[in-house]
Design a protein around this ligand. Structure first.
Ligand SMILES: O=P([O-])(O)O[C@H]1O[C@H](COP(=O)(O)O)[C@@H](O)[C@H](O)[C@H]1O
Ligand SMILES: [Mg+2]
Length: 549
């Protein structure tokens, strides 16, 4: 864009931005033109759009960031769209402990009340699943959760949920999907200037009853059983701590030992490089605590507590083994199937194929959807359970129509305690599943970029010239989901690779799977072959194909 056009865009925005800090940022960038041209162009590259999980972006001024002006217009668009649907009912609003979260939540409430809609604010920074629960429980017309989940501290985001009347039976309390997201985006564009959006009263602050309601229902997700279990836990500087501890004690477990440095919400996430349990090192303090307290199970939530990661004692004393989302996802499915929980079991096209095999063997209905929990929860009539490889699990779809790191945690604790009472462990159950179905080893390669164009270019290049062979086997199938979804799947006899751009972060992701049959009952040998195929074969091959490293 020409510098003059950029300057005009920025000046127009400046005149409308209600936040003095944000105005200073833009003024500063304008003063430093032409040196700041690239930065300004990026900030005005376009509006944030609804990705995998709502709006998400850097906290910074301009349309391509999360800031008060963008949130005001987003709220005005949402409220306008709800009005246009002719649906009455309250909007319920939650927020995490990130920079800006509370302000963005309160601004959303004011936009709602000015338009004559009741706004109900959750009583403090709380987990995303509490908001998703509240949308259903309070029969809200819609919900907003201000959070950027596990993203870096500089980010924030805005998740939008619809209640039963607009979301339909499967989508009641779930995040928005097309066409609602496009409709709301159009309403946001039409909302006009942020400065002209009317602001009303601050809305109604809900009391702790809603939190207690969630805690009681979450605890009731697990049936009575053994509660002999020692747990180490971290909320990873996020908002999960109190609700998780309350849920554990309500379910009859002892309160877990908590990583002290990460126990309280802190928007700087000071002890981790990325507050994402998937990232290397994020669980180090947790594993140290688990070893120190001789725990049976280590549990981490992501900062908005909709994800759950666990680690189990390793083969050698003092060593801990973090499980992948696929491992825990299949363990939970297996547990619920054994408990006789009827209905469809669902996962996504980027998760392990083990759930499909398990469901087929047990005669249980199975469904597969695109990436994102908004799709999983709509994946089937009569959903019993859903999970995705990104550490997301829904064990109680009638309670929370989204992933829920709290009910997942208490369910895996129930499973671990049940096994422990039988003198067995989660590791034993994983062994049994591998012996029965073969070792399904999954992994991920991701390309983090500064320039989003690199993602588009890489996808185009791989579409044009996909790898002909992987692990020495010919690629027998290349499945392209365009135009429905920007997803490419490659298959060989032993491996599967799914490549797609992230919808929440500037990343290209490849999801890898290698399946190694167990021959002659030798599980250890099959595992070793699977690890070698993944680490010395598929991972380097795909890293090279994507240009990672
Ligand atoms: O960030 P969260 O915890 O809200 O999680 C969100 O983003 C994840 C990553 O999505 P992507 O691969 O497109 O970046 C999705 O797997 C998940 O379903 C979605 O709810
Ligand atoms: Mg999250």
């Amino acid at each position: 864009m020409a510098t003059d056009d950029l300057r005009r865009l920025a000046e127009t925005w400046l005149a409308d931005d209600p936040d003095p800090g944000a105005r200073d940022e833009i003024r500063d960038l304008l003063a430093r033109l032409p040196d700041s041209a690239a930065e300004l162009a990026d900030r005005f590259a376009g509006p944030l759009t609804f990705g995998t999980a709502g709006l998400r972006g850097r906290l910074r001024a301009g349309p391509n960031g999360m800031n008060l002006a963008v949130v005001t217009r987003a709220a005005a668009g949402l409220i306008g769209w709800l009005g246009a649907q002719g649906e009455p009912g309250p909007l319920v609003i939650g927020y995490d402990a990130r920079y800006g979260s509370r302000d963005f939540a309160e601004q959303t409430a004011r936009v709602a009340t000015a338009a004559g809609r009741e706004a109900l604010l959750l009583p403090g920074p709380l987990p995303t699943p509490v908001l998703a629960y509240a949308v259903r429980r309070l029969d809200a017309v819609a919900g907003v959760m201000v959070t950027a989940s596990h993203n870096p501290p500089q980010d924030n985001g805005y998740k939008v949920y619809l209640g039963a009347r607009l979301g339909g039976p499967a989508g009641a309390g779930a995040q928005i999907v097309p066409p609602a997201d496009a409709g709301i985006e159009a309403a946001i564009r039409a909302a006009g200037a942020a400065a002209e959006v009317p602001l009303g009263e601050p809305g109604t602050l809900l009391d702790q009853t809603i939190v207690q309601g969630y805690v009681d229902s979450a605890a009731a997700v697990v049936p009575a059983g053994s509660r002999e279990l020692t747990v180490a836990y971290t909320p990873l500087h996020g908002v999960g701590g109190q609700v998780l501890a309350a849920t554990f004690t309500a379910a009859g477990f002892a309160a877990p030992a908590v990583v002290a440095e990460q126990a309280e919400p802190d928007p700087d996430f000071p002890t981790v490089a990325f507050p994402n349990p998937e990232e290397p090192g994020a669980m180090d303090l947790l594993l140290a605590l688990a070893a120190r307290t001789d725990a049976d199970l280590a549990i981490a939530n992501d900062p908005d507590a909709d994800r759950c990661a666990i680690a189990i004692p390793g083969a050698e004393p003092g060593r801990w083994r973090p499980l992948s989302g696929d491992e825990l996802g299949v363990l939970l499915a297996d547990h619920l199937i054994r408990r006789g929980v009827a209905g469809t079991y669902a996962t996504t096209i980027v998760s392990s194929t083990l759930l499909r095999a398990l469901c087929a063997a047990r005669g249980v209905p199975y469904a597969e959807t695109l990436t994102g929990f908004k799709w999983i929860v709509r994946g089937a009539e009569g959903l019993a359970y859903g999970y995705e490889e990104a550490l997301g699990y829904c064990v109680a779809p009638e309670l929370v129509r989204d992933k829920d790191g709290i009910t997942a945690a208490v369910t895996v604790a129930d499973l671990a305690a049940t096994l422990k009472a039988e003198g067995r462990s989660l590791a034993d159950r994983l062994d049994e599943l591998d012996a029965e179905f073969g070792v399904h080893r999954t992994g991920q390669v991701s390309l983090r970029v500064e320039d989003l164009g690199r993602i588009t270019a890489t996808m185009a290049r791989i579409r044009q010239d996909p790898p002909k062979s992987l692990l020495g086997d010919p690629v027998t199938e290349v499945e392209d989901r365009l135009p429905d979804a920007d997803v490419l799947t490659l298959r060989t006899a032993r491996a599967r690779v799914v490549i797609r751009p992230s919808g929440t972060e500037p990343k290209l992701k490849a999801y890898l799977e290698v399946v190694e049959p167990v021959t002659g009952g030798d599980l250890a040998a099959a595992r070793a072959r699977a690890v070698a195929a993944m680490e010395s074969g598929l991972r380097p091959e795909i890293s090279a194909a994507l240009g990672v490293g």
